[in-house]
Ligand binder design. Structure first.
Ligand code: NAP
Ligand code: ZN
Length: 346
């Protein structure tokens, strides 16, 4: 077995606290990564609090992992000790279904395996990146260019791919008006990608004090959604809304901001179901869609795109002991724009 230490929640009401545990042996197709940085995703908080479904405890969260390969199994071809390697939200899938064949492992028809709060094919729980190391199949590990700072690259593994993938799928770019709803971890990456792809980008935010930062990220417009006059002025405007909001929100109001044939893409995952009045869709032939993370090949494509275009997250590096303060600030929308844990503080 491979000894590991990390921060775990022992149940859905417990705070995270130091915990030592064991990972599997490094198998022939596995690599062992010495974790340097791990991003803090709102999904970590949803999951340790059982917002979505009863979780598997003890739970070590974290699926924005970057580190250095410390050893590789006998049959590993793509990595060697000393390489920078990353792990996102997935560590396995069936690799035989039609979605896996199409590079959509996140939609594996037989169930993909989450980096944490999941069960591997060996039946054992998976543990995430708020920890010293991880053992992962090489075909679920990613390469990160040494041109990118490792800490700021970590959030690309979830916030990055989760926004890159739908923007690519819907071919959002030049000539499109894109609204990014919610300026947090996912939202700020959506702004960067939307701008890079040539769209006219508007941030829809409940936080007036984020305007200057939104514009610094490249956003062309900023709408404060708690101001009825600004909301009225934005009616019928956008081709796409990329919705990154983590809590319940007024879907009818936002759908009113789409133009005819517009699409509202949900990536945020509030624990309560959306309320969508039929009239907010049929008046203007509007669509509500969703998108989940991204497949392995597309995640590598996104990382390579970021290396080429010098795109990383704007981060606040934290000591792992400050994780609860980070969660409290995240719940208040006070994220600028991704917390990343410096694993040297473990
Ligand atoms: P985050 O950093 O906390 O950002 C969420 C932002 O939403 C906040 O900063 C805030 O922005 C806005 N917001 C929060 N509560 C709101 C409310 N009640 N009404 C309107 N806006 C509100 O979270 P994140 O890490 O980006 O994650 C966002 C969501 O995406 C979470 O639910 C997460 O679980 C989910 N997620 C989904 C996937 C996927 O595969 N689809 C992957 C990763 C994460 P403003 O201050 O600008 O209003
Ligand atoms: Zn995430």
């Amino acid at each position: 077995m491979t000894p590991s230490k990390g921060y775990a929640a022992q149940n859905e009401t417990a705070d995270l606290a130091p915990w030592t545990f064991e990972r599997r042996e490094v198998g022939a197709h596995d690599i062992l990564i010495d974790i340097k940085y791990c991003g803090v995703c709102h999904s970590d908080l949803h999951q340790i609090r059982n917002d979505w479904f009863p979780g598997i405890f003890p739970m070590v969260p974290g699926h924005e992992i970057v580190g250095i390969v410390s050893s590789v199994g006998a049959h590993v071809k793509g990595f060697k000790a000393g390489d920078i390697a990353a792990v996102g939200c997935l560590v396995d899938s069936c690799k035989t279904c039609s979605n896996c064949h199409d590079g959509l492992e996140q939609y594996c028809l037989n169930g993909s395996v989450g980096t944490y709060n999941g069960k591997g094919k060996d039946g054992l729980p998976t543990y995430g990146g708020y920890s010293s190391n991880i053992v992962v199949r090489e075909d679920f590990a990613l390469h990160v260019s040494d041109k990118l700072p490792m800490a700021a690259a970590a959030p690309l593994l979830c916030a990055g791919i989760t926004t890159y993938s739908p923007l690519r799928h819907w071919k959002v770019g030049k000539g499109h008006k894109l609204a990014v709803l919610g300026l947090g971890g996912l939202g700020h990456m959506a702004v960067k990608f939307g701008v890079a792809f040539g769209a006219e980008v508007t941030v829809l935010s409940t936080s007036p004090n984020k305007e200057a930062a939104a514009r610094a990220l490249g956003a062309h417009h900023f709408v404060v959604t708690t101001d009825p006059a600004q909301v009225a002025a934005a009616r019928g405007t956008f081709d796409f809304i990329l919705d990154t909001v983590s809590a319940e929100h007024n879907m009818a109001m936002y759908l009113g901001m789409l133009r005819t044939n517009g699409t509202h893409i949900c990536v945020g995952a509030p624990s309560t179901p959306h309320q969508i009045p039929a009239f907010s869709l049929l008046g203007g032939r509007k669509s509500v869609a969703g998108s989940g993370i991204g497949g392995i090949a597309e995640t590598q494509e996104m990382l390579d795109y970021c290396a080429e275009h010098n795109i990383v997250a704007d981060i606040e590096l934290i000591d792992i002991k400050d994780i609860h303060t980070a969660y409290e600030r995240m719940l208040k929308g006070d994220v600028r724009y991704r917390f990343v844990i410096d694993m040297a503080t473990l």
